[in-house]
Design a protein around this ligand. Sequence first.
Ligand SMILES: Cc1cc2nc3c(=O)[nH]c(=O)nc-3n(C[C@H](O)[C@H](O)[C@H](O)COP(=O)(O)O)c2cc1C
Length: 192
Amino acid sequence: MKVLSILGSPRRGGNTEIVLDEALRGARDSGAECEKVVLRDLNIKPCMEIYKCTEAGVCAIKDDMQALFPKIVQSERLIIASPIFFYSVSALAKAMIDRCQSLWVKKYILELPVSPIADRRGAFISVAATQGKKLFDGVRLTMKYFFDAIDVSYSDELLIRGADEKGEVRKQPEVLEAAYDLGRRLVQNQGG
Ligand SMILES: Cc1cc2nc3c(=O)[nH]c(=O)nc-3n(C[C@H](O)[C@H](O)[C@H](O)COP(=O)(O)O)c2cc1C
């Protein structure tokens, strides 16, 4: 089984990547082949609403997203990981998500299949500094609609509060265990 993970944190080795790496370790231990795409290393422009995608579901902007589209549609399992920035996902993650409007168009306007693979599942990992009750309300909606647009069911999530400084999440060992378990569940077809 192939797991594609997408890191939306600009901070390499930061809290989000630490948690994501644990999830990938769990997935690998369950036999999956895992890939990690680091958005900060890519050139991905925001959606410019050209709407060329209404012709064939293909985005007109020629940047690194063109190589990421096939990875997204061919993955059997997907993990998106982003820190909370102003109650949203990072700008890196949001640009990637918005560019998938071309896949939304493919699915809902052109009524074409988004992916050749059935029963695709995804998980969302997010880390925030504070303890706010509604911290993840917005991003949960964003991710559910994103996963739906790309034909992935939103099957799991790990939403972590109280980690701010680089690496601070390591002070919550239960979180790292939960991430490992999430990776295992995603590959072993457990979860929602
Ligand atoms: C631009 C920016 C906006 C942030 N906004 C929030 C916020 O709205 N709520 C919150 O709890 N933490 C916020 N944070 C803190 C990060 O979510 C926190 O430091 C997180 O651990 C960063 O993860 P990383 O190490 O993977 O980058 C913000 C940080 C930055 C840089």
